[in-house]
Design a binder for this molecule. Structure first.
Ligand code: PLP
Length: 467
Protein backbone atom coordinates (compact mmCIF):
# COMPACT_ATOMS: atom_id res chain seq x y z
CA UNK A 1 0.00 0.00 0.00
CA UNK A 2 1.26 3.45 -0.86
CA UNK A 3 1.79 5.82 2.02
CA UNK A 4 -0.41 8.95 1.75
CA UNK A 5 2.67 11.21 1.73
CA UNK A 6 4.35 9.34 -1.15
CA UNK A 7 5.30 11.62 -4.01
CA UNK A 8 3.01 11.26 -7.04
CA UNK A 9 5.60 11.60 -9.79
CA UNK A 10 8.48 9.63 -8.43
CA UNK A 11 9.50 8.27 -11.84
CA UNK A 12 9.75 11.79 -13.24
CA UNK A 13 11.75 12.98 -10.23
CA UNK A 14 14.08 10.03 -10.65
CA UNK A 15 14.81 10.94 -14.27
CA UNK A 16 15.34 14.64 -13.54
CA UNK A 17 17.66 13.84 -10.65
CA UNK A 18 19.80 11.54 -12.82
CA UNK A 19 19.99 14.17 -15.53
CA UNK A 20 20.71 17.29 -13.50
CA UNK A 21 21.38 16.98 -9.78
CA UNK A 22 24.98 16.54 -8.64
CA UNK A 23 25.07 14.63 -5.35
CA UNK A 24 27.64 15.38 -2.63
CA UNK A 25 30.22 12.63 -2.07
CA UNK A 26 28.79 10.31 -4.74
CA UNK A 27 30.32 8.53 -7.73
CA UNK A 28 28.69 10.71 -10.40
CA UNK A 29 28.41 8.18 -13.25
CA UNK A 30 27.26 5.44 -10.89
CA UNK A 31 24.57 7.73 -9.62
CA UNK A 32 23.25 8.30 -13.14
CA UNK A 33 22.84 4.52 -13.46
CA UNK A 34 21.49 3.89 -9.99
CA UNK A 35 19.25 6.90 -9.54
CA UNK A 36 18.33 8.66 -6.30
CA UNK A 37 16.69 7.41 -3.13
CA UNK A 38 14.06 10.10 -2.82
CA UNK A 39 12.79 10.82 0.68
CA UNK A 40 9.33 12.30 0.93
CA UNK A 41 8.46 12.99 4.56
CA UNK A 42 9.47 12.30 8.15
CA UNK A 43 8.08 12.28 11.68
CA UNK A 44 9.88 11.54 14.94
CA UNK A 45 12.46 8.88 14.09
CA UNK A 46 10.69 7.70 10.94
CA UNK A 47 11.25 8.49 7.27
CA UNK A 48 8.96 7.73 4.33
CA UNK A 49 10.52 7.46 0.90
CA UNK A 50 8.91 8.40 -2.40
CA UNK A 51 7.61 4.83 -2.83
CA UNK A 52 5.84 5.02 0.51
CA UNK A 53 8.39 2.71 2.22
CA UNK A 54 8.73 3.47 5.96
CA UNK A 55 12.19 3.53 7.50
CA UNK A 56 13.48 3.86 11.03
CA UNK A 57 16.27 6.43 10.79
CA UNK A 58 19.14 5.19 12.96
CA UNK A 59 21.44 7.90 11.62
CA UNK A 60 19.45 11.09 12.36
CA UNK A 61 19.72 12.18 8.74
CA UNK A 62 23.47 12.71 8.55
CA UNK A 63 24.07 12.61 12.31
CA UNK A 64 22.32 15.91 12.64
CA UNK A 65 18.59 15.62 13.38
CA UNK A 66 19.24 15.20 17.10
CA UNK A 67 15.77 16.43 18.16
CA UNK A 68 14.00 14.15 15.66
CA UNK A 69 11.75 15.10 12.76
CA UNK A 70 8.51 17.03 13.00
CA UNK A 71 9.23 19.26 16.00
CA UNK A 72 6.44 21.76 15.54
CA UNK A 73 7.98 24.42 17.80
CA UNK A 74 11.06 24.53 15.57
CA UNK A 75 8.88 25.01 12.50
CA UNK A 76 7.05 27.80 14.33
CA UNK A 77 10.31 29.52 15.33
CA UNK A 78 11.43 29.56 11.69
CA UNK A 79 8.06 30.78 10.40
CA UNK A 80 7.81 33.56 12.98
CA UNK A 81 11.33 34.77 12.25
CA UNK A 82 10.69 34.65 8.49
CA UNK A 83 7.61 36.79 8.99
CA UNK A 84 9.34 39.30 11.27
CA UNK A 85 12.77 39.57 9.63
CA UNK A 86 13.68 36.85 7.12
CA UNK A 87 17.11 38.24 6.46
CA UNK A 88 19.56 40.57 8.13
CA UNK A 89 23.18 40.76 7.16
CA UNK A 90 25.74 40.24 9.88
CA UNK A 91 28.18 42.29 7.78
CA UNK A 92 29.80 45.47 8.97
CA UNK A 93 27.93 46.44 12.13
CA UNK A 94 24.47 45.00 11.37
CA UNK A 95 22.99 42.40 13.67
CA UNK A 96 19.72 40.70 14.60
CA UNK A 97 18.19 39.63 17.89
CA UNK A 98 18.30 35.85 17.24
CA UNK A 99 22.00 35.99 16.27
CA UNK A 100 22.85 38.02 19.40
CA UNK A 101 20.89 35.70 21.71
CA UNK A 102 22.40 32.63 20.08
CA UNK A 103 25.94 33.93 20.59
CA UNK A 104 25.16 34.52 24.25
CA UNK A 105 23.63 31.05 24.63
CA UNK A 106 26.57 29.32 22.97
CA UNK A 107 29.02 31.11 25.23
CA UNK A 108 26.97 29.95 28.23
CA UNK A 109 26.96 26.27 27.22
CA UNK A 110 30.41 25.92 25.62
CA UNK A 111 33.68 25.35 27.52
CA UNK A 112 34.55 28.48 29.53
CA UNK A 113 37.58 29.31 27.37
CA UNK A 114 35.33 30.13 24.40
CA UNK A 115 33.89 33.62 24.57
CA UNK A 116 33.49 34.69 20.94
CA UNK A 117 31.23 33.23 18.27
CA UNK A 118 31.31 33.42 14.48
CA UNK A 119 28.11 32.00 12.93
CA UNK A 120 28.45 30.09 9.66
CA UNK A 121 26.32 28.05 7.27
CA UNK A 122 27.56 24.66 8.35
CA UNK A 123 30.53 22.62 9.50
CA UNK A 124 32.78 22.95 6.47
CA UNK A 125 32.53 26.70 6.59
CA UNK A 126 33.13 26.66 10.36
CA UNK A 127 36.37 24.70 9.86
CA UNK A 128 37.40 26.93 6.97
CA UNK A 129 36.79 30.01 9.12
CA UNK A 130 38.82 28.49 11.96
CA UNK A 131 41.78 27.95 9.64
CA UNK A 132 41.52 31.47 8.22
CA UNK A 133 41.28 32.98 11.72
CA UNK A 134 44.30 30.98 12.92
CA UNK A 135 46.41 32.19 9.99
CA UNK A 136 45.24 35.74 10.68
CA UNK A 137 46.01 35.31 14.40
CA UNK A 138 49.62 34.25 13.97
CA UNK A 139 50.28 36.98 11.42
CA UNK A 140 48.67 39.51 13.77
CA UNK A 141 50.72 38.54 16.81
CA UNK A 142 53.99 38.61 14.89
CA UNK A 143 54.56 34.86 14.54
CA UNK A 144 54.06 34.51 10.79
CA UNK A 145 56.12 31.32 10.58
CA UNK A 146 53.43 29.35 12.43
CA UNK A 147 51.50 28.04 9.42
CA UNK A 148 51.64 24.22 9.63
CA UNK A 149 48.51 22.32 10.65
CA UNK A 150 48.37 18.86 12.20
CA UNK A 151 45.28 16.63 12.22
CA UNK A 152 44.46 12.96 12.71
CA UNK A 153 44.59 10.19 10.13
CA UNK A 154 40.99 9.21 9.27
CA UNK A 155 39.78 12.60 10.52
CA UNK A 156 36.97 14.46 8.79
CA UNK A 157 36.80 18.25 8.83
CA UNK A 158 34.47 18.96 5.92
CA UNK A 159 35.15 19.61 2.28
CA UNK A 160 36.10 23.27 1.93
CA UNK A 161 39.29 23.80 -0.05
CA UNK A 162 41.35 23.99 3.16
CA UNK A 163 39.22 21.77 5.43
CA UNK A 164 39.28 18.89 2.95
CA UNK A 165 43.05 18.79 3.39
CA UNK A 166 42.73 18.55 7.18
CA UNK A 167 40.30 15.74 6.44
CA UNK A 168 42.45 12.63 6.06
CA UNK A 169 40.21 10.41 3.94
CA UNK A 170 41.53 9.59 0.47
CA UNK A 171 38.41 10.41 -1.58
CA UNK A 172 38.46 13.99 -0.33
CA UNK A 173 42.05 14.39 -1.58
CA UNK A 174 42.03 12.40 -4.81
CA UNK A 175 42.09 14.72 -7.79
CA UNK A 176 41.85 17.85 -5.64
CA UNK A 177 45.60 18.37 -5.15
CA UNK A 178 45.34 17.83 -1.41
CA UNK A 179 46.62 17.78 1.23
CA UNK A 180 48.31 21.16 1.03
CA UNK A 181 52.03 21.23 1.92
CA UNK A 182 51.04 22.81 5.25
CA UNK A 183 48.76 19.92 6.29
CA UNK A 184 50.07 16.92 8.22
CA UNK A 185 48.64 13.92 10.10
CA UNK A 186 49.37 11.76 13.08
CA UNK A 187 47.89 8.28 13.69
CA UNK A 188 44.30 7.91 14.74
CA UNK A 189 43.74 6.82 18.38
CA UNK A 190 41.88 3.69 17.32
CA UNK A 191 41.70 1.16 20.19
CA UNK A 192 40.72 -1.66 17.80
CA UNK A 193 43.47 -1.10 15.24
CA UNK A 194 46.36 0.71 16.98
CA UNK A 195 49.35 -1.37 18.10
CA UNK A 196 48.84 -0.03 21.65
CA UNK A 197 45.05 -0.24 21.44
CA UNK A 198 44.55 -2.83 24.16
CA UNK A 199 45.97 -0.53 26.84
CA UNK A 200 44.17 2.84 27.05
CA UNK A 201 47.05 4.60 28.82
CA UNK A 202 49.59 3.29 26.30
CA UNK A 203 47.36 4.44 23.44
CA UNK A 204 47.04 7.92 24.94
CA UNK A 205 50.81 8.09 25.50
CA UNK A 206 51.42 6.97 21.89
CA UNK A 207 49.13 9.72 20.57
CA UNK A 208 50.86 12.37 22.68
CA UNK A 209 54.24 11.09 21.53
CA UNK A 210 53.11 11.27 17.88
CA UNK A 211 52.00 14.87 18.31
CA UNK A 212 55.29 15.81 19.95
CA UNK A 213 57.28 14.03 17.25
CA UNK A 214 55.33 15.73 14.45
CA UNK A 215 55.80 19.16 16.03
CA UNK A 216 59.52 18.46 16.48
CA UNK A 217 59.78 17.36 12.85
CA UNK A 218 58.07 20.50 11.56
CA UNK A 219 59.69 22.81 14.12
CA UNK A 220 57.64 24.23 16.99
CA UNK A 221 58.00 27.73 15.57
CA UNK A 222 56.27 26.60 12.41
CA UNK A 223 53.23 24.79 13.81
CA UNK A 224 49.97 26.68 14.12
CA UNK A 225 47.45 24.20 15.45
CA UNK A 226 46.27 20.68 16.07
CA UNK A 227 42.73 19.85 14.88
CA UNK A 228 40.78 16.85 16.12
CA UNK A 229 37.32 15.39 16.56
CA UNK A 230 36.76 14.09 20.11
CA UNK A 231 35.39 10.95 18.44
CA UNK A 232 36.23 10.55 14.78
CA UNK A 233 32.95 10.29 12.89
CA UNK A 234 33.25 9.84 9.14
CA UNK A 235 36.56 8.01 9.63
CA UNK A 236 34.49 5.15 11.08
CA UNK A 237 33.35 6.25 14.56
CA UNK A 238 36.70 5.86 16.28
CA UNK A 239 36.24 6.21 20.02
CA UNK A 240 39.52 7.02 21.80
CA UNK A 241 39.98 6.08 25.45
CA UNK A 242 38.62 8.49 28.06
CA UNK A 243 41.36 10.95 28.94
CA UNK A 244 42.73 11.11 25.38
CA UNK A 245 41.26 14.53 24.58
CA UNK A 246 42.60 16.04 27.80
CA UNK A 247 46.07 14.59 27.26
CA UNK A 248 46.19 16.01 23.73
CA UNK A 249 44.98 19.38 24.97
CA UNK A 250 47.72 19.47 27.62
CA UNK A 251 50.36 18.46 25.08
CA UNK A 252 49.24 21.15 22.61
CA UNK A 253 49.46 23.80 25.33
CA UNK A 254 52.96 22.68 26.28
CA UNK A 255 53.99 22.70 22.62
CA UNK A 256 52.58 26.22 22.21
CA UNK A 257 50.18 25.31 19.42
CA UNK A 258 46.48 26.06 19.24
CA UNK A 259 44.12 23.21 20.12
CA UNK A 260 41.05 23.09 17.90
CA UNK A 261 38.22 20.70 18.66
CA UNK A 262 35.79 19.89 15.87
CA UNK A 263 32.48 19.08 17.58
CA UNK A 264 30.38 19.14 14.41
CA UNK A 265 29.16 15.59 15.12
CA UNK A 266 29.90 15.20 18.83
CA UNK A 267 28.24 18.45 19.89
CA UNK A 268 24.71 18.93 21.17
CA UNK A 269 24.26 15.81 23.22
CA UNK A 270 25.43 13.24 20.68
CA UNK A 271 27.89 11.70 23.15
CA UNK A 272 26.00 12.55 26.37
CA UNK A 273 27.08 16.01 27.55
CA UNK A 274 26.22 19.04 25.44
CA UNK A 275 29.80 18.99 24.10
CA UNK A 276 32.23 16.06 24.27
CA UNK A 277 34.87 18.48 25.63
CA UNK A 278 32.77 18.84 28.77
CA UNK A 279 33.24 15.18 29.76
CA UNK A 280 36.98 15.75 30.19
CA UNK A 281 36.96 19.39 31.28
CA UNK A 282 38.77 20.34 28.09
CA UNK A 283 38.97 24.01 27.16
CA UNK A 284 40.03 24.36 23.54
CA UNK A 285 41.38 27.50 21.87
CA UNK A 286 38.85 27.17 19.07
CA UNK A 287 35.86 24.91 18.56
CA UNK A 288 33.74 24.20 15.48
CA UNK A 289 30.14 22.99 15.54
CA UNK A 290 27.13 22.57 13.23
CA UNK A 291 24.63 19.71 12.68
CA UNK A 292 22.87 19.41 16.08
CA UNK A 293 23.05 23.19 16.48
CA UNK A 294 19.92 23.46 14.32
CA UNK A 295 19.24 19.71 14.20
CA UNK A 296 19.39 19.96 10.43
CA UNK A 297 16.12 21.92 10.12
CA UNK A 298 18.04 24.79 8.49
CA UNK A 299 21.77 25.21 7.80
CA UNK A 300 24.03 26.72 10.45
CA UNK A 301 27.41 26.16 12.07
CA UNK A 302 29.69 28.13 14.36
CA UNK A 303 33.35 28.76 15.06
CA UNK A 304 34.03 29.70 18.66
CA UNK A 305 37.31 31.11 19.89
CA UNK A 306 39.04 32.11 23.08
CA UNK A 307 39.55 35.70 24.15
CA UNK A 308 43.28 35.27 23.45
CA UNK A 309 42.73 34.37 19.79
CA UNK A 310 40.02 37.00 19.38
CA UNK A 311 42.16 39.73 20.91
CA UNK A 312 45.18 38.73 18.82
CA UNK A 313 43.17 39.22 15.63
CA UNK A 314 41.19 42.25 16.82
CA UNK A 315 44.22 44.16 18.02
CA UNK A 316 46.47 43.04 15.18
CA UNK A 317 44.47 44.82 12.49
CA UNK A 318 45.09 48.54 11.97
CA UNK A 319 42.32 50.57 13.66
CA UNK A 320 39.11 50.55 11.61
CA UNK A 321 40.32 48.02 9.03
CA UNK A 322 37.91 45.08 8.63
CA UNK A 323 38.89 41.46 9.18
CA UNK A 324 38.05 40.34 5.65
CA UNK A 325 36.08 37.19 6.22
CA UNK A 326 32.32 36.74 5.90
CA UNK A 327 29.38 35.47 3.84
CA UNK A 328 26.01 36.87 2.86
CA UNK A 329 24.31 34.36 5.11
CA UNK A 330 26.66 34.55 8.13
CA UNK A 331 24.60 34.82 11.34
CA UNK A 332 21.38 34.21 9.39
CA UNK A 333 18.46 35.25 11.62
CA UNK A 334 16.16 32.36 10.62
CA UNK A 335 18.87 29.78 11.30
CA UNK A 336 19.69 31.50 14.59
CA UNK A 337 16.01 31.48 15.64
CA UNK A 338 15.82 27.77 14.83
CA UNK A 339 19.03 27.09 16.77
CA UNK A 340 17.65 28.89 19.83
CA UNK A 341 14.52 26.73 19.78
CA UNK A 342 16.52 23.54 19.22
CA UNK A 343 18.78 24.46 22.16
CA UNK A 344 15.67 25.03 24.28
CA UNK A 345 14.39 21.57 23.33
CA UNK A 346 17.66 19.94 24.39
CA UNK A 347 17.40 21.38 27.86
CA UNK A 348 13.83 22.36 28.76
CA UNK A 349 12.30 19.91 26.28
CA UNK A 350 14.12 17.00 27.91
CA UNK A 351 15.80 15.85 24.69
CA UNK A 352 19.30 15.68 26.22
CA UNK A 353 18.02 13.71 29.19
CA UNK A 354 16.15 11.30 26.89
CA UNK A 355 19.31 10.82 24.83
CA UNK A 356 21.30 9.97 27.97
CA UNK A 357 18.70 7.38 28.99
CA UNK A 358 18.67 5.95 25.45
CA UNK A 359 22.45 5.53 25.46
CA UNK A 360 22.15 2.44 27.69
CA UNK A 361 19.82 0.71 25.19
CA UNK A 362 22.06 1.76 22.32
CA UNK A 363 25.17 0.41 24.04
CA UNK A 364 23.49 -2.86 24.99
CA UNK A 365 22.21 -3.40 21.43
CA UNK A 366 25.61 -2.80 19.83
CA UNK A 367 27.50 -4.81 22.45
CA UNK A 368 25.19 -7.79 21.90
CA UNK A 369 26.07 -7.77 18.19
CA UNK A 370 29.76 -8.28 19.01
CA UNK A 371 28.96 -12.00 19.06
CA UNK A 372 27.63 -11.92 15.48
CA UNK A 373 29.88 -13.83 13.05
CA UNK A 374 30.35 -10.75 10.82
CA UNK A 375 31.26 -8.32 13.61
CA UNK A 376 34.81 -7.73 14.87
CA UNK A 377 34.27 -4.62 16.97
CA UNK A 378 31.34 -2.72 18.48
CA UNK A 379 32.12 0.76 19.79
CA UNK A 380 30.07 3.63 21.05
CA UNK A 381 29.80 6.65 23.28
CA UNK A 382 26.45 8.24 24.01
CA UNK A 383 24.39 7.82 20.85
CA UNK A 384 27.31 7.56 18.47
CA UNK A 385 28.41 4.07 17.53
CA UNK A 386 29.71 1.64 14.92
CA UNK A 387 30.16 -2.01 14.08
CA UNK A 388 33.37 -3.02 12.31
CA UNK A 389 32.99 -6.08 10.08
CA UNK A 390 35.74 -8.67 9.84
CA UNK A 391 36.13 -12.00 8.07
CA UNK A 392 38.36 -13.30 10.85
CA UNK A 393 37.77 -12.13 14.41
CA UNK A 394 41.13 -13.33 15.71
CA UNK A 395 43.24 -11.71 13.00
CA UNK A 396 40.86 -8.71 12.61
CA UNK A 397 41.05 -9.23 8.86
CA UNK A 398 38.54 -7.28 6.79
CA UNK A 399 36.50 -8.57 3.85
CA UNK A 400 37.58 -8.37 0.23
CA UNK A 401 36.23 -4.96 -0.91
CA UNK A 402 34.99 -6.71 -4.07
CA UNK A 403 32.25 -8.27 -1.92
CA UNK A 404 30.82 -4.80 -1.31
CA UNK A 405 29.70 -6.05 2.07
CA UNK A 406 28.86 -2.80 3.83
CA UNK A 407 26.84 -1.60 0.82
CA UNK A 408 24.97 -4.90 0.69
CA UNK A 409 24.17 -4.63 4.39
CA UNK A 410 23.00 -1.06 3.87
CA UNK A 411 20.71 -2.17 1.00
CA UNK A 412 19.33 -5.09 3.00
CA UNK A 413 18.77 -2.79 5.97
CA UNK A 414 16.83 -0.41 3.75
CA UNK A 415 14.59 -3.24 2.55
CA UNK A 416 14.05 -4.15 6.21
CA UNK A 417 13.03 -0.58 7.01
CA UNK A 418 16.23 0.64 8.67
CA UNK A 419 18.61 3.44 7.68
CA UNK A 420 22.15 3.70 9.00
CA UNK A 421 25.44 4.45 7.27
CA UNK A 422 28.19 2.36 5.75
CA UNK A 423 31.76 3.64 5.71
CA UNK A 424 34.00 2.18 3.05
CA UNK A 425 33.64 -1.55 2.86
CA UNK A 426 33.72 -2.56 6.49
CA UNK A 427 32.15 -0.16 9.00
CA UNK A 428 28.49 0.48 9.82
CA UNK A 429 27.74 3.72 11.66
CA UNK A 430 24.79 4.57 13.91
CA UNK A 431 23.64 7.90 15.35
CA UNK A 432 19.95 7.81 16.26
CA UNK A 433 18.03 10.92 17.25
CA UNK A 434 18.22 11.75 20.97
CA UNK A 435 14.44 11.35 21.01
CA UNK A 436 14.52 7.59 20.26
CA UNK A 437 12.18 5.60 22.52
CA UNK A 438 12.98 2.26 24.13
CA UNK A 439 10.65 0.61 21.61
CA UNK A 440 12.46 2.29 18.71
CA UNK A 441 15.79 0.96 19.98
CA UNK A 442 14.23 -2.52 20.17
CA UNK A 443 12.98 -2.20 16.58
CA UNK A 444 16.33 -0.83 15.42
CA UNK A 445 18.31 -3.76 16.78
CA UNK A 446 15.75 -6.39 15.67
CA UNK A 447 15.95 -5.01 12.11
CA UNK A 448 19.73 -4.76 12.24
CA UNK A 449 20.14 -8.35 13.47
CA UNK A 450 17.76 -9.61 10.76
CA UNK A 451 19.75 -7.66 8.16
CA UNK A 452 23.13 -9.01 9.29
CA UNK A 453 21.71 -12.56 9.37
CA UNK A 454 20.34 -12.24 5.84
CA UNK A 455 23.67 -11.04 4.47
CA UNK A 456 25.49 -13.77 6.39
CA UNK A 457 23.30 -16.32 4.59
CA UNK A 458 24.73 -15.37 1.19
CA UNK A 459 27.05 -18.07 -0.13
CA UNK A 460 29.90 -15.72 -1.05
CA UNK A 461 29.84 -14.10 2.41
CA UNK A 462 29.90 -17.49 4.14
CA UNK A 463 32.78 -18.53 1.91
CA UNK A 464 34.70 -15.36 2.77
CA UNK A 465 34.21 -16.07 6.47
CA UNK A 466 35.42 -19.62 6.23
CA UNK A 467 38.45 -18.70 4.12
N1 PLP B 1 33.58 18.46 10.77
C1 PLP B 1 33.10 17.26 11.11
C2 PLP B 1 33.67 16.55 12.30
C3 PLP B 1 32.07 16.68 10.39
O1 PLP B 1 31.61 15.46 10.71
C4 PLP B 1 31.52 17.39 9.30
C5 PLP B 1 30.43 16.83 8.51
O2 PLP B 1 30.08 15.67 8.64
C6 PLP B 1 32.07 18.63 8.98
C7 PLP B 1 33.09 19.15 9.74
C8 PLP B 1 31.53 19.41 7.83
O3 PLP B 1 30.27 19.87 8.12
P1 PLP B 1 29.24 20.22 6.96
O4 PLP B 1 28.92 18.92 6.29
O5 PLP B 1 28.09 20.84 7.70
O6 PLP B 1 29.89 21.18 6.05
Amino acid sequence: MTHPTALPHHATLDAIDRAHLIHPVSPWRTHEQRGPTVLASARGAWLTDANGHELLDAFAGLWCVNVGYGQESVVQAAAEQMRRLPYATGYFHFSSEPAIRLAQKLVQIAPASLTRVYLTLGGSEAVDAAVRFIVQYYNAIGKPSKKQFIALERGYHGSSSTGAGLTALPVFHRGFDLPLPTQHYIPSPNPYRHADGADPQALIAASVASLRAKVAELGADNVAAFFCEPIQGSGGVIVPPKGWLKAMRDAARELDILFVVDEVITGFGRTGPIFACEAEGVEPDLMTMAKGLTSGYVPMGATMMSEKVYAGIADGAPAGVPVGHGATYSAHPVSAAVALEVLRLYEEGGVLANGRRGAAHFAAGLDALRAHPLVGDARHRGLLGALELVSDKQGKRGFDPALGLADRIFAAGYRNGLVFRSFGDHILGFAPALTFTEDEFAQMFARLKKTLDEVLDAADVRAALAA
